[in-house]
Design a protein around this ligand. Structure first.
Ligand SMILES: NC(=O)c1ccc[n+]([C@@H]2O[C@H](COP(=O)([O-])OP(=O)(O)OC[C@H]3O[C@@H](n4cnc5c(N)ncnc54)[C@H](OP(=O)(O)O)[C@@H]3O)[C@@H](O)[C@H]2O)c1
Length: 348
């Protein structure tokens, strides 16, 4: 599944220990509560910074993706691996919302999670599918509003939707589709779900948002990876007490190559099974990334910004390894994104 959220209303299963060194997810609550904080913190950022180069490159006019696309082929995705792992950890006692275009695939994952939740479940969790082509910002806003209406507190927000291909048409928002999926929609989801994350934080529960993309792969190779780092820092600065993480899944045997429009990537997909020694399954990836996310405490973080994390494919903290950015770029990318996504209520 491309995007999913874990809204744990009456059952906040996990509480991050106040130490980044603790090894495994805790299934019990800590009695110490996080400080109750205001709903947002303004740091008075300047909006007069020039639009970053990539942003100018990616804004072009074009068409949107179709809302639904069904496939009967077996589907594998990092998002599915993470959803199923979380379902195992919580033994079905959590409210899980899968967000995406493909209802048929989502319902299969939901059926699998229902079957796996086991006898120890109290049955008070739930599974929902929210239809959304997230390449369009208006869709993200509507979808987030619907989810928040049903789940006012959100403990974990996981965004994974992505594409890999030779062609990347422009969406109806005028944004390159790959950039829309790998960066702008993630920023928009983080922003729109802030009320739910803040409500969880203020209730003394875990409040964590993660963008699974390519932490540690930035620089000239992938500017969108830099943007994801800067995005997490900007949200963390404005929202103390909430964890914002950019994670790398590593090499995972998913549908990413098969779904591509590139014959070269299709060819690599054919030999993917031979690469088992250097790749992981979606389930292994899910476990690794959750281990990193559970350990991430809002009082810690990578580098200078408290609450912002960069998580590697084994769940390890990447710190500032292969980090490319600066406070000026962080402010510039924030202003640019507010403008491109036409977000009216963003913190300055
Ligand atoms: N797999 C890897 O080895 C690897 C390595 C490095 C980074 N990553 C990154 O990790 C993320 C997850 O990758 P993955 O391997 O899970 O990819 P995947 O198997 O192709 O899954 C991506 C999901 O995104 C969904 N999606 C695509 N366009 C969408 C849209 N417009 N609206 C809603 N959903 C959309 C697809 O759903 P439908 O097409 O069914 O709608 C698909 O389920 C991606 O950002 C990828 O770039 C992956």
């Amino acid at each position: 599944m491309p995007v999913f959220l874990h809204a744990s209303l009456d059952l906040p299963i996990y509480r991050a220990p106040d130490s980044r060194l603790s090894s495994s997810p805790s299934s019990s609550f800590s009695s110490s509560s996080l400080p109750t904080l205001g709903s947002s913190t303004s740091h008075g950022f300047s909006s007069g910074i020039e639009e970053p180069r990539l942003c100018r490159q990616v804004r072009r006019r074009g068409r949107a993706e179709p809302l639904s696309r069904c496939s009967s082929a077996a589907r594998r995705a990092v998002g599915q691996g993470m959803a199923e792992a979380f379902n195992r950890h919580t033994k079905g006692n959590a409210h899980i919302v899968l967000v995406g275009r493909n209802e048929q695939a989502a319902q299969k994952v939901i059926a699998k999670m229902r079957a796996a939740r086991g006898a120890s479940s109290t049955g008070s969790g739930s599974y929902t599918f929210a239809p959304c082509d997230i390449s369009l910002m208006a869709n993200v806003r509507h979808s987030a509003a619907d989810i928040l209406a049903a789940h006012p507190r959100v403990n974990f927000l996981v965004v994974t939707a992505g594409v890999l291909g030779a062609n990347s048409p422009t969406t109806a928002d005028g944004i390159d589709r790959t950039a829309a999926l790998h960066y702008y929609s993630r920023w928009q989801f983080f922003h729109e779900m802030l009320p739910g994350l803040r409500a969880a934080r203020d209730a003394g529960e875990d409040a964590k948002a993660v963008s699974v993309y390519s932490a540690g792969d930035g620089g000239g190779m992938d500017t969108l990876a830099n943007y994801n780092d800067l995005m997490c820092e900007s949200f963390a600065e404005r929202n103390p007490g909430i964890v914002f993480a950019h994670a790398s899944p590593g090499a995972v045997r998913t549908n990413l190559l098969k779904a591509s429009d590139s014959w070269l990537l299709h060819a690599i997909d054919v030999v993917l099974p031979l690469m088992r020694p250097i790749t992981v399954s979606q389930d292994e990836c899910g476990e690794y990334l959750w281990s990193g996310l559970y350990r991430a405490a809002a009082s810690g973080g990578s580098g200078a910004v408290t609450g912002a994390f960069r998580i590697g494919s084994k769940g390890q903290e990447l710190g500032m390894d292969r980090y490319y950015g600066s406070p000026e770029e962080r402010r510039g990318v924030w202003s640019h994104t507010v403008k491109v996504t036409k977000t009216r209520d963003a913190d300055p």
